[in-house]
Each structure stands twice: as structure tokens, then as C-alpha cells.
Design a protein around this ligand. Structure first.
Ligand SMILES: [Zn+2]
Length: 172
């Protein structure tokens, strides 16, 4: 087992990308039959030696077809996988490069060390004592229906909602 072999499989029977509205990289390789499953298990073991975590799961069976199996790479380790296979890729080279660049440009705000200062700032802000008779934007609370709520923010929310809807209507 080596990286060029895995890259070949990934190029042909693999799939990668980011789901709409998310920044995590989903990465999988599909194989059919019990022999395919053995192969995926072997790949899984090999990946683990590089700290890349993956799991092999059966796909929803289709009548009159061989059972398919999918190897899923854990999104937090998919960047390691892409970097390792990149030199051997032919078809998926562009998408792999795009995803690596995308991750460099937009590091995770919750896990990346680059965003540490931001998280610290946010934690300080969130834990700071604030006047409880005003909302987070500084408007005065309206007391009603058993709880505090902000009339101004609600107005703003509905205004934006209408704006979003009209924008959506214009684009379609
Ligand atoms: Zn408010």
C-alpha cells in the first residue's frame, strides 16, 4: 500500500467537495462487493498510520446490484489526505488544489490556531457583565408575554426578512 495507489483509487472512484454553506471537506471512496470492502479496510489502516481517521460504511443497497461500500475520511483530517495524494492526482488535481487553498484562506474559526485571538476576544465579550435591561445591541427591552424581548431587534429582523425575500424573488 502506498499513496500513489490510493491516489489512483481516489481519482477514479472517489468524491470530494464542501457541502453548500459549510467549510468542512467531505471525502469518500466507493468500492463494490466484499473484495472492495477488504481493499477499503486496508486503505483505512494505511491512512491511520498517517493520523488520518476514516471509516468504511455500507451504502444503501440497490436491488440486483452488488453491495457498495464507502470509505469516509473524517473532515478534520481530510486536508492531510488531500495533501498526501495531490502529487499523484490526474483528474481531481484541480479540485484538490482548490480545496487546500480554500482551507488556507478560510481557516476554521472554532479549531484553527490562527483564530485563537478571535475566540479569546469573543469569550471575553460573552462573559462580560452587561446591563440586563437592554438587549445585546443596546435597545431597551420590552417586557411582555412572560419574558423580555426587544421590539427594535424584532422590527429589524422582519425588515431584513422582507428584504431577503424580495432579493430572492428578483434573482429567480
Ligand atoms: Zn435590540
Amino acid at each position: 500500500m502506498n499513496w500513489s495507489y490510493i491516489a489512483g483509487f481516489f481519482d477514479g472512484e472517489g468524491n470530494t467537495g464542501t457541502p453548500l454553506g459549510h467549510s468542512s471537506i467531505l471525502l469518500n471512496i466507493t468500492q463494490s462487493g466484499d473484495k472492495g470492502k477488504l481493499l477499503l479496510d486496508e486503505i483505512k489502516e494505511y491512512l491511520l498510520t498517517f493520523g488520518i481517521i476514516a471509516k468504511v460504511r455500507p451504502r444503501t443497497p440497490i436491488p440486483n446490484r452488488k453491495q457498495c461500500y464507502m470509505l469516509w475520511v473524517r473532515p478534520s483530517t481530510s486536508l492531510l489526505f488531500l495533501r498526501a495524494v495531490l502529487p499523484y492526482l490526474r483528474i481531481k488535481r484541480t479540485i484538490a488544489q482548490d480545496l487546500i487553498r480554500f482551507k488556507l484562506l478560510y481557516p476554521s474559526i472554532t479549531t484553527s490556531p490562527l483564530a485563537f485571538e478571535f475566540r479569546k476576544e469573543h469569550a471575553i465579550k460573552a462573559n462580560a457583565p452587561r446591563i440586563k435591561d437592554r438587549c445585546i445591541r443596546g435597545h431597551e427591552y420590552t417586557v411582555g408575554s412572560g419574558r423580555k424581548w426587544c421590539r427594535e431587534c424584532l422590527k429589524l429582523y422582519y425588515k431584513n426578512k422582507v428584504a431577503r425575500r424580495t432579493k430572492w424573488a428578483q434573482t429567480t
